[in-house]
Design a protein around this ligand. Structure first.
Ligand SMILES: NC(=O)c1ccc[n+]([C@@H]2O[C@H](COP(=O)([O-])OP(=O)(O)OC[C@H]3O[C@@H](n4cnc5c(N)ncnc54)[C@H](O)[C@@H]3O)[C@@H](O)[C@H]2O)c1
Ligand SMILES: N[C@@H](CCO)C(=O)O
Length: 351
């Protein structure tokens, strides 16, 4: 059976969950997928770097004490030598899951670029590189015969990007609208139940939904990146974050929530991108008090939903987890499966 070796860049909630899936499912996962997975490198801001070409003992990594680093382990160092690891690792797939930087996407853009330039395929859940440098990175991937996969950049493990690109082929999509941030949706629900904004954000952080800086969730910049990704990849819009009008939920008070409830409405943070008659795309992120009968009004907790307006099918809605460590690790696994399928198709075609 063939194998893919992985380098994990960032070892927080999501990449740790991927390592747990690989470790706990072992041969059953390999039998299911038709290939084996092995982690040969890990780098993290807090842990340093670790490279073991014969496969890292994940149990030893999971057992590390709080505050410990990889220094002292064979192939380990106390500092995260990201660029060195990405370029010199024996891994064939680099898994980028460091913090999302909504301003310029760095250093993740550089991580992805370095991996692709050295002929390694990349899977990432990091929205920065996809929204802010997606076109460039796809071009580099193509030039180096590698793949750049990023299903988890929108709606975590719920397959919304591949759904639109693969399953809705042949129908014209004129607009995309939805609830695209798990944290803010969870927070609005908790505030409806009486929690303060700060309490609800702390709960979302503990559950692994929030960004390292949860301002991105609350003020809408996380959704802004996702709207750029949807607009560019599904509508072919070629827009940037500057083209997406943005308002978050921080100004919504308990009184606003009560007033909406009294009118049979519920606040939701809605991201949308819609084709305009002049051939452009209008995109926005803003809180909307939806009537309870609206299909998105019932989407609760960290669940997200996105509706595609199509000419042949009408409106098609996909709903599922929008955040969560394990849910997002599944997105990485689905990307690895896609990379493997693409490579196998290439081998078949070359025969
Ligand atoms: N958690 C979710 O529900 C979710 C869902 C979809 C997408 N994402 C995205 O996935 C990525 C990872 O999310 P997470 O929940 O694991 O975050 P996290 O904060 O738990 O982990 C990020 C890890 O990256 C490390 N890191 C940050 N900058 C680094 C650098 N320059 N070099 C090396 N390591 C670095 C941090 O030390 C941390 O351990 C983020 O970009 C996030 O936006 C997360
Ligand atoms: N912080 C994000 C993670 C998924 O991108 C959210 O809450 O939706």
């Amino acid at each position: 059976m063939h194998r893919h070796d992985l380098a994990l860049i960032g070892f927080g909630g999501v990449n740790r969950a991927l390592a747990e899936i690989i470790h706990s499912r072992g041969t059953a996962l390999a039998d299911d997928l038709g290939f084996e997975l092995r982690v040969v490198a890990i780098t993290d801001l807090r842990l340093g770097s670790l490279m073991q070409a014969d496969g890292i003992d994940l149990e030893a990594v999971f057992a590390m004490a709080e505050g410990a680093t990889f220094a002292g382990m064979p192939g380990g160092a106390a500092v995260p030598q990201n660029d060195f690891v990405i370029r010199s690792t024996t891994a064939d797939i680099v898994v980028e899951a460091t913090f999302t930087n909504p301003v310029d996407g760095e250093p993740a853009v550089s991580h992805v670029r370095a991996a692709l330039e050295s002929g390694k395929s990349v899977t990432t859940t990091n929205k920065g590189p996809v929204a802010l440098a997606g076109a460039e990175l796809r071009r580099i991937a193509e030039e180096h015969g590698a793949r750049f996969e990023h299903e988890g950049a929108v709606m975590s493990g719920t397959p919304v990007l591949r759904f639109a690109s693969d399953m809705l082929r042949g129908t014209r999509i004129s607009g995309v609208e939805g609830i695209l941030n798990g944290t803010s949706n969870f927070v609005l629900g908790r505030m409806e139940a009486g929690a303060t904004l700060a309490e609800a954000v702390a709960e979302a952080q503990a559950l692994g939904y929030a960004e390292a800086d949860p301002t991105a969730d609350i003020e809408g910049s996380d959704v802004q990146l996702k709207v750029v990704i949807l607009a560019n990849e599904i509508l072919g819009a070629g827009i940037t974050t500057a083209d997406v009008v943005r308002r978050g939920i921080s100004a919504i008070s308990p009184e606003d929530i009560a007033a909406a409830a009294a009118e049979g409405r519920r606040w939701k943070l809605i991201g949308s991108a819609v084709r305009t008659p002049d051939g452009g795309v209008a995109a926005s992120v803003e809180p909307v008090a939806l009537p309870l009968a609206h299909p998105l009004a019932g989407v609760s907790g960290a669940t997200n939903a996105v509706s595609f307006d199509t000419d042949l099918l009408g409106t098609v809605t996909v709903s599922g987890p929008g955040a969560g460590r394990m849910e997002t690790a599944y997105a990485l696994l689905s990307d690895i499966i896609a990379i493997d399928a693409h490579q196998r198709a290439g081998v078949e075609a070359a025969r």
